[in-house]
Design a protein. Structure first.
Length: 162
């Protein structure tokens, strides 16, 4: 059985740990500078923004996935969670296009994914603000089109139907 002194030590240690976790959570979502991403090993896409992910398939997919995973961890994980598993601050991106994955009709499924690509690109480029509050910062000007599509490539591997 713990002595009163040991019990006091354990209570203080638990309090310190709780405060440390709370402080980390509070500061983890403060003002954060977006990190640029080196995409020089990917096929360059030019200045015209594409409407769908050019890295979803084909020979560049593996490299896009490598870059997208790193770029996600640098720029997105602090809010959307490691491996796109949200802790509740921002949407869980594993379920981002859940409505599309279950569609049986191929044309409807492709149209749905196209709509989600449009929404994804608009959100990442311009961010999301509601009632004067920034819910997601804009990344256009920091992340290139190649980096944004590489992140989308990573997110496509994280899809769940749950």
């Amino acid at each position: 059985m713990p002595t009163p002194r040991t019990s006091l030590f354990l209570r203080r240690a638990a309090t310190a740990l709780t405060l440390s976790i709370a402080a980390s959570a509070a500061f983890a979502h403060g003002d954060v500078v977006p990190q640029s991403v080196d995409t020089s090993t990917l096929p360059q896409l030019g200045s015209k923004w594409l409407e769908s992910n050019p890295y979803s398939s084909g020979p560049a997919k593996t490299e896009a996935l490598r870059i997208g995973t790193s770029a996600y961890n640098q720029n997105c994980a602090r809010c959307h969670g490691l491996e796109a598993i949200s802790g509740g601050i921002a949407p869980d991106l594993r379920t981002f296009d859940r409505d599309c994955t279950g569609l049986a009709d191929v044309d409807k499924k492709n149209a749905c994914f196209k709509e989600m690509d449009d929404y994804y690109m608009a959100t990442v480029r311009r961010g999301r603000t509601r009632d004067g509050r920034v819910y997601m910062p804009p990344f256009e000007g920091t992340l290139t089109q190649e980096a944004i599509w590489a992140i989308r490539t990573y997110l496509e591997t994280r899809r769940t139907n749950d």
